[in-house]
Design a binder for this molecule. Structure first.
Ligand SMILES: [Zn+2]
Ligand SMILES: [Zn+2]
Length: 273
């Protein structure tokens, strides 16, 4: 099983200048191909990295902000071969499929109808994919009130994903026992803001969850300015848990051991052009 980051940026400014890419991440394993939070660039980068979007059987949308949802529709088209086959599931926050507090629906009815199945993420939704892989969702605290995080249960252990959220007391319980904890840490040390995780809150969360490996991603502009490697070092020092600042195109192989490979991409570095 493999996790591949098609971007590690988050927030408005990182996204608008593509300081880091914003294509979300893929979990491929046990004959499942899941794309989570495909923001701007997800379709392009999938193709450039050789991760064909046509094999997808699930797309997860945690909430209705553009750094998470913009490429959901073209990926639904890929998943269903332009609507010619009844395949795949869209697992979406309520705001993806209807209006809630001024958010959404960000996915058109045309595309919702095209997906093989649509499920609305909520507290304790469980959706079974192939070969004993399950996606479980839980509500988190973000400006879109229907925002959710997910836990992907697999025969090789669980992967937890916070989505965008602030820390709240029940969050560690939802993620307890995961081997890999992926956190959207938008803000650096000592700069907490509402609705997002900061380095301080990541420390709190990791200390309680105790995963085998913690991965920080979805970096906002200030976080990048602060140096994400340094922030990850601080977290590891405080928690004693292996903590990595994700890099665009980073690959994480989850088998008996968990191995991380950075800079393995054959993608043309068009940022340098
Ligand atoms: Zn975001
Ligand atoms: Zn957000």
């Amino acid at each position: 099983m493999e996790i591949r980051f098609l971007g590690t940026g988050g927030g408005r400014f990182t996204t608008m200048f593509q300081k880091r890419f914003t294509g979300g991440f893929r979990i491929d394993g046990f004959d499942n191909y899941i794309h989570l939070d495909p923001g701007p660039g997800a379709l392009l980068l999938s193709n450039q990295l050789g991760l064909s979007p046509i094999v997808l059987n699930a797309i997860v949308l945690s909430h209705a902000h553009p750094d998470h949802y913009t490429d959901v529709e073209p990926l639904i088209e890929a998943m269903t071969k332009a609507g010619t086959r009844d395949r795949g599931v869209l697992l979406s926050s309520k705001s993806g499929v209807e209006t809630i507090d001024g958010y959404g629906p960000v996915i058109s009815k045309y595309h919702r109808d095209m997906a093989g199945d649509v499920k609305v993420l909520d507290n304790d939704l469980v959706f079974e994919l192939k070969n004993k892989v399950k996606i479980k969702s839980f509500k988190v605290h973000h400006s879109d009130p229907s925002s959710c995080g997910v836990r992907v249960e697999t025969p090789n252990g669980d992967i937890g994903y916070t989505g965008d959220t602030t820390y709240f007391d029940k969050l560690p319980n939802k993620l307890k026992g995961v081997r890999v904890l992926i956190m959207n840490v938008t803000r650096p040390l000592n700069s907490d803001i509402n609705y997002h995780l900061s380095t301080n809150e990541a420390i709190k969360l990791i200390s309680k969850v105790q995963p085998e490996i913690a991965i920080m991603t979805h970096f906002g502009y200030n976080m990048l300015e602060s140096g994400v490697e340094e922030q990850a070092c601080i977290v590891q020092g405080e928690t004693d848990v292996d903590t990595i600042a994700a890099e665009d195109f980073m690959k994480v192989v989850v088998e008996k051991e968990i191995k991380t490979t950075k800079r393995q991409s054959k993608l043309i570095d068009f940022k340098a052009i």
